[in-house]
Design a protein around this ligand. Structure first.
Ligand SMILES: Cc1cc2nc3c(=O)[nH]c(=O)nc-3n(C[C@H](O)[C@H](O)[C@H](O)COP(=O)(O)O)c2cc1C
Length: 360
């Protein structure tokens, strides 16, 4: 029977257990370069039993990709040197690590982003409210950004990462193609999954056979928690199946509350449907080990009460999904995974939003 301590092999990499550090952008990356605090943050999680680390969203090597000067990038030599040290530390502790790669799309104000002169690019030159912002991508822009995703993945491979997680969630560029509110195109990229498929295929073609590709998707957007890219099973199947076939090894379903049924017709969760439709190993995420408000409350300074992930583990044992990603609890307590795996539940404290500032 699968438990939290059951290993899982994805391509050539064996994860020692089922606990994943959820991707979290926690700053500490002035001009896109991860600093020593961020390096120590990852090393401590690897030292303390996390089965797979996923970096916070990291901007790909394109002048239009970034939306924040304090979030990491993979573009500069300084950033690459820093990532190489981080992944070497994590490997020295015996854990694998994926780099989450992102392009912010329309969600970008060049004045507060890396690359002041970079353009604002998106499928239709509109934001989530339909307001004009930046440029609709030409076919040449699209091909250039796909190349930048592939190039960035090959850099990640060279730096030692075990793979990449393609950020297709939360309303950023790839998700802007998946969502009909932001994709009004009439060419082939009006087909919602087409851009994601091309990105995955380009990464697959550019990287070696051992390199893992994870794909993160979500219904919700940072600017609209009630948004949906799929209203029913057929629509979701049409989105995810071609993305899986393009070369994804691992899916990651991002929700704010993992247990909520994705569609009213069945109790199956977003992770459950993802695994059922794609047949791929799938990570569940969203309030897996906390009660109370969902993760966004962090940005208003709110904490959350710790719980055990027993319900999620039970669903994992029924084969609904394969891994659990934990955000806030691992932000608050670097030893969360080792305490959980050794059943020292009483040693786990509640999550305090100050950990986001302290980053210990
Ligand atoms: C401070 C913070 C930063 C985050 N940054 C990212 C990110 O860079 N990429 C991403 O896909 N999700 C990001 N998330 C969402 C988390 O990956 C996770 O899905 C969310 O926190 C829910 O898990 P939790 O309830 O265990 O915290 C972030 C969450 C937090 C709290």
């Amino acid at each position: 029977m699968t438990t939290l301590t059951t290993p899982l092999t994805v391509r050539a990499t064996t994860l020692a257990n089922r606990v994943v550090l959820a991707p979290m952008g926690v700053g500490h990356s002035e001009k896109g370069v991860p600093d020593e605090h961020l390096r120590a943050f990852y090393r401590r999680r690897a030292q303390n039993g996390v089965g797979l680390l996923i970096s916070g969203a990291t901007f790909i090597d394109h002048s239009s990709a970034s939306n924040h000067v304090l979030l990491p990038s993979i573009a500069s030599t300084a950033a690459q040197v820093s990532w190489q040290r981080i992944v070497a530390d994590v490997h020295a502790e015996g854990a694998p690590m994926l780099l989450q790669i992102e392009h912010a799309g329309v969600d970008r104000d060049p004045r507060s982003s890396l690359d002041l002169c970079g353009r604002v690019l998106s499928p239709s030159g509109i934001d989530h409210r339909g307001h004009s912002h930046g440029d609709e991508m030409s076919l040449a822009d699209i091909h250039e950004v796909i190349d930048a995703f592939a190039r960035s993945a090959t850099v990640a491979q060279r730096l030692g990462f075990d793979g990449v997680e393609v950020h297709g969630a939360h309303g950023f560029l790839i998700d802007q193609f998946l969502w009909d509110a932001t994709n009004h195109r009439e060419d082939e990229y009006g087909e919602p999954s087409r851009f994601a498929v091309d990105v995955i295929q380009a990464i697959r073609a550019a990287t070696n056979d051992d390199f893992i590709i994870s794909f993160r998707w979500s219904q919700w957007k940072l600017h609209d928690y009630s948004a949906r890219i799929a209203n029913d099973i057929t629509q979701l199947d049409k989105l995810l199946r071609p993305i899986a076939a393009a070369g994804v090894d691992l899916f990651h379903a991002s929700t704010r509350r993992w247990w909520e049924p994705l569609f009213p017709s069945s109790p199956l969760t977003a992770a459950g449907w993802t695994k059922k439709m794609t047949g791929k190993p799938t990570i569940a995420a969203g309030s897996i080990a906390t009660t109370g408000p969902s993760f966004d409350s962090v940005f208003e300074g709110q904490g959350a009460e710790a719980t055990t992930p027993a319900d999620a583990v039970a669903r994992m044992q029924q084969n609904e999904f394969d891994l659990i990603a934990v955000g806030r609890p691992l932000l608050g307590d670097p030893e969360w995974a080792s305490k959980m795996l050794s059943e020292r539940f009483d040693d786990i404290g509640d999550f305090d939003a100050r950990s986001l500032v302290d980053l210990h």
